[in-house]
Design a protein around this ligand. Structure first.
Ligand code: PAF
Length: 281
């Protein structure tokens, strides 16, 4: 497995593959790889001839009081997983290589970034789309793989790809969960044992929303209430939002006619957890 550290070397690597006409897959990550990333990498490995995984903890998507400094970094573990999964190229650029002195361009995706995570973390999606635009334009993958756990992120990135005419297919892969339903996340390690016990209630709340819809409930407000009821019994939990939304626009739905995405974000102490379920009618 090759390891590259700068956009310039990634661009040259990709240019050489152009001549062979092979399919390139990319799994962008911030490292601290877990079983959810492994599942993404496996899907990508099966779908593509050459596979690049990027590891870059992107400072631009963290707010000033967020966890950039203490975000878990585990290069040796991540490289071992990538090697085990047959990754061809590990792209782990330095901060200076990604954002050299003088860097001043950022990308904004407006409407779909504004609500939910965007309302709680105002700079977050600007940072995400800027780095994803840089990664995709350097690696030029045919397919880029993202996890459904960050549902709003996938909607924002699809908008970026459409609006900038990037020649890449965005493939969204299912969320991987612990046995008790907690969605895997690199930040789960921050949870204290008490918080960890309560954390799966977020998924339980989303499941309650889905069950209500399956029983025929069509009012967005009532489905939201069904979700809130589950978390209202949990004193450790602060709800940032629970919502029933259109899966394309992320606008809240007053009446659920067809498909919907149930979005949730909670805080447990200093840890924020997000999760979602797509429900078809
Ligand atoms: O989902 C993530 O890990 C990050 O937001 C991404 C897409 C790698 C951009 O830094």
């Amino acid at each position: 497995m090759k390891v590259l550290r700068s956009p310039r070397t990634l661009i040259s690597w990709r240019r050489r593959l152009d001549r062979d006409g092979i399919t390139v897959g990319m799994v962008p990550t911030m490292g601290a790889l877990h079983a959810g990333h492994r599942a993404l990498i496996r899907k990508a490995r099966l779908a593509c001839d050459a596979l690049v995984v990027s590891l870059f903890v992107n400072p631009k998507q963290f707010g000033p009081r967020e966890d950039f400094a203490r975000y878990p970094r585990s290069f040796t573990h991540d490289a071992t997983m990538c090697r085990q999964e047959g990754v061809d190229l590990l792209y782990a650029p330095s901060l200076e290589a990604m954002y050299p002195a003088g860097h001043q361009t950022s990308v904004t995706v407006r409407e779909v970034s504004a609500r939910w995570e965007g309302a709680v973390r105002p700079h977050h999606f600007g940072g995400v789309v800027t780095v994803v635009a840089k990664l995709l334009s350097a690696a030029r993958p045919d397919i880029a793989f993202f996890g459904q756990k960050d549902f709003q992120q996938t909607v924002v990135i699809k908008r970026l790809v459409t609006d900038l005419n990037l020649d890449v297919t965005v493939r969204v892969c299912p969320t991987v969960r612990e046995a008790d339903g907690l969605a895997l996340s690199s930040r789960n390690i921050y949870l204290s044992p008490g918080e960890r016990r309560v954390a799966p209630r977020l998924y339980a709340a989303l499941q309650a929303g889905r069950a209500a819809m399956h029983r025929g409930m069509t009012s967005g407000a009532e489905v939201t209430r069904a979700m809130k009821t589950i978390l209202a019994r949990e004193p450790l939990v602060t709800v940032d939002y629970l919502a029933v939304c259109d899966p394309m626009t992320l606008e809240p739905l007053r009446v659920v006619r067809r498909s919907a995405v149930l979005l949730g974000a909670i805080r447990l102490g200093n840890v924020r957890l997000i999760d979602n379920i797509l429900v078809g009618r």
